[in-house]
Design a binder for this molecule. Sequence first.
Ligand SMILES: *Cc1c(COP(=O)(O)O)cnc(C)c1O
Length: 223
Amino acid sequence: MGIITENINRCKASLPQGVELCAVSKFHPEVSLLEAYNAGQRIFGESRVQELLPKSQNLPSDIEWHFIGHLQTNKVKYIAPFISLIHSGDSVKLLKEINSCAKKEGRVIDVLLQLHVAQEETKSGFSLAELYDYMASEKWRELTNIQIRGVMGMATFTEDEALIESEFKQIRKAFDDIRQQYFQNNDKFSYCSMGMSDDYPLAIECGSNIVRVGTGIFGERIY
Ligand SMILES: *Cc1c(COP(=O)(O)O)cnc(C)c1O
């Protein structure tokens, strides 16, 4: 059995019922994705449009492609025909562009609202206050070609587990608050996307239900 197959099996066995696995395959070659596919994996996460496009054309058509990195508005049109979930809905401008491209494709595109709770300035996303304001504005209801499916967030890159835990809990609380306020009768608002290779068990304890694991499946990335 190949190492990727072993990693997929071990990772999946470690996930409680109801927690989905997004296999983050950025920077890894198609042959590696195919090994994961043959091990039964169907959800793959990519973070660069120019890399995702050829992979999506060359690999099996029943793969669900998730976009997880910062997405430039001028590139949305290239992935709008096929992307199944965008985790990184990090600005109102981007949400509007996804909506407009989805409309041209005759699609409704699933999106998560990315929250910025980590301490690094480089990470993108809505602050908690911005997110609550935007939801309260009700403006998102006009974007009828996107479906808001939940929230996504990343913790600070640190050894400080207490900090990571408190950030995950903030993200989960935002998920619960927004669901309660705006999606009570809509079970499509269902994803709390948190956790990567190093911190996904903790993220799950804090309420994640979709984890984004790259290195733990495919090994180190070579940039
Ligand atoms: C690269 C990336 C991951 C996966 O990171 P690993 O540490 O390799 O598991 C998860 N989420 C996002 C947003 C990423 O960019």
